[in-house]
Write a protein of this length. Sequence first.
Lengths: 521, 330
Amino acid sequence: MTMTSEPTPAAKKKLGLKERYALMTRGLDWETTYQPMEKVFPYATYEGIKIHDWDAWQDPFRLTMDAYWKYQAEKEQKLYAIMDAFAQNNGHLGLTDARYLNSLKLFLTGVSPLEYMAHRGFAHVGRAMPGVGARVACQMQSLDELRHAQTQIHSMSNYNKLYDGFHSWRHMHDRVWYLSVPKSFFDDAITAGPFEFMIAIGFSFEYVLTNLLFVPFISGAAYNGDMGAMAFGFSAQSDESRHMTLGLEAIKFMLEQDPDNLPIVQRWIDKWFWRGYRVLTLVAMMLDYMLPKKVMSWKEAWEIYAEENGGALFADLARYGIRPPLGWQQACDDKEHLSHQAWSTFYQYQGAAPFHTWVPSPEDMAWEAEKYPNTFDQYYRPRFEYWAEQEAAGTRFNNATLPQLCQVCQIPMLFTEPGDPTRICYRESEYDGETYHTCSDGCQAIFDHEPEKYVQAWLPVHQIYQGHCFGPDADPTSPDFNPLLEVIKWYRMDVGTDNAPYEGSRDQENFQAWKAMQTKN
Amino acid sequence: MQIDLRTVTIPVQRHSFTHIADRLGPDKTPTRYQEATLDVQANANFHYRPTWDPDHEIFDPTRSKLVMKDWYTFKDPRQYYYATYTIARARMQETAEADFEFVEKRGLAESFAPAAKQKALDVLVPLRHVAWGANMNNSSVCAYGYGTAFTAPCIFQAMDNLGIAQYLSRVGLLLGDAEALDEGKAAWTSAPVWQELRRYVEDTLVVQDPVELWVAQNLVLDGLLYPLVYEKFDAALTAEAGPTVSMLLRFQVDWFAETSKWVDATVKTAAAESPENAALLAEWIGHYRDRAVAALAPVAELALGADGAAAMADVQSRFAARVAKCGVAL
Ligand SMILES: [Fe+2]
Ligand SMILES: [Fe+2]
């Protein structure tokens, strides 16, 4: 990162970078006296985090605004040039296969809205933190996150013009059953206090888990010929390095400021590791099942980015008294199962998902077996082969019942008991005379610590049962009323195209036809 | 293998995302500003209430007394989204950089008349704290305001405010040195001339209504302060000692002209929505104008001496005309 580079006249004492940045930024604030500091920063103490000296904050990067504008503008010019060229030259026809597009649909509907939430969340924390260094770094991240949201929308806008399942991302993100998983994750973070937000997003997500989200997507794009998505991905990665150093500085700062902060921060790490890990279920499925040309397995990604990198990070944080998150071991054990259980679920609920699913081909299954020698043939292959037979017989399996959702992560109860992949895991908690269900020890612990928060969750399946998910023209009293179909319409899914199986889908047909047009002499 | 790819013309299936087609009609291809802005903020089915503000939803229009049927009626005439914003600012900073370099290379700061130099330091350096207050306020409006069309320009504005605070710091370092910044801060926190202005800034830091805060900061305070400092004071200083310092303030001059277009469009839209909004805006503007005028009067005198009062009166009457043009009767 280059800093501001204006030359200093020889006559003056030369200021070091750190000193200069401190003068230009850190000296800007003052102790207010016409209004009490507690009123100027009203959210600074209620979480119990004790900060004694904001001046001890080490600026994670020293970037003045003039330098920021300069470098970011250069990046934007390049990025939009690539995007435009990709669109003009029908770059989409260079994709390996139209199945690839489904990863992008998952990304646009599930992840891009979170970039926007990060933008607003960092604006909030960038106002709420009493320390000027922390505020500036958060505000800059807020601006970066707006960039990520907008470049992703622009990049996928081209696909939306030609392919199905992209068109209603905004509407769907706030309604569709499995999209409440990422939505509730970020709603949870932004409604927490500013310090918890920093641990949730700045540290746990940006530092511990971000590589597991972005590297698979960017590499997946690169392997499958998507220069457009690859360009925005790489361009965003250069911002991520700043965000990661901010997250790391935030946690170290909190831990160094007061020993009483340790148990609070540890609990947040436990919580947000698990919450983030559950969201990554969608990435696991994408890597192992949705990419026509595979990059690496979820298990391999987990081993590199979580076990190795994360392991080193937590070894480093041990000197502050931090231990690896609760649930870490279970996540490591589950790497053998996660993607298979998730894809099986989406396959069954194809009718309610705006992207296409399919049974893995025999070659794909051979790849799964090779990558998952301990589990695939034993637990998952028989299921997929059975479904392939049913498809061949013209009786594709579609699950018409609504799944029960975890009260915390909101994923359907599809995960199995630790150590027993044949038994679904259920946990129960009581609160205020009611019973609440969670999918795992991790989610149950989160619920039990803050039940008053999680009982508020907008659970899509409950909402359907309560009749909140029908359009104004749906008539539940009519004899041919089909509640599931009405829900799908309310989701704004185009029935028969968005939610169709991949084989025979409009995307598949169009892609093949356009490609044929292109290569025909 | 090289395949000779034919140029294929493919008919589009749809022109835009449905939330945009709902607004523009299905046959319109939206601009990038529209795609990046319209309905980008979530507006339904929030899962939890903020622990820091349990009386409101995460995004909640009732944080403000201003009522809009549709918060996407607001339009930024600059059509800024991240890329166009950063590219525009990159150009401006390039000019500013060249100006600073010009002054530095030729040693113009050293040859600037000492009395004028001191005057520039006295007036400009404390203003870095005013810009910093503006940064906090715009960050606040971005966080707690409603609808991307209204909030996204506020993060741009917040970062501009920070950039301006940094440019003013550089002016201080160039005309003086690190001690000049300390002196400016000491004046800001304790010299009588700055105290009403500091009170104004601190009082805005606790305003909870995002639109009220936006009005107090972007329309009223900056609407009076920028013409006073960057036109009146700049002109007086140039007349007295030449254009050196004026060159170092070009960013702020250009910035104020540009951002005023957005501010005016926003006020106009809010006022045109309903007589209630227009009345509310008039109330806010009147209240903050009176306070800002009182806070800036001593600064005008510090900057312009005996001409300060006349300069203030002119700035005020132009401000009144500007507000009237936006459809608000004070
Ligand atoms: Fe991001
Ligand atoms: Fe769960």
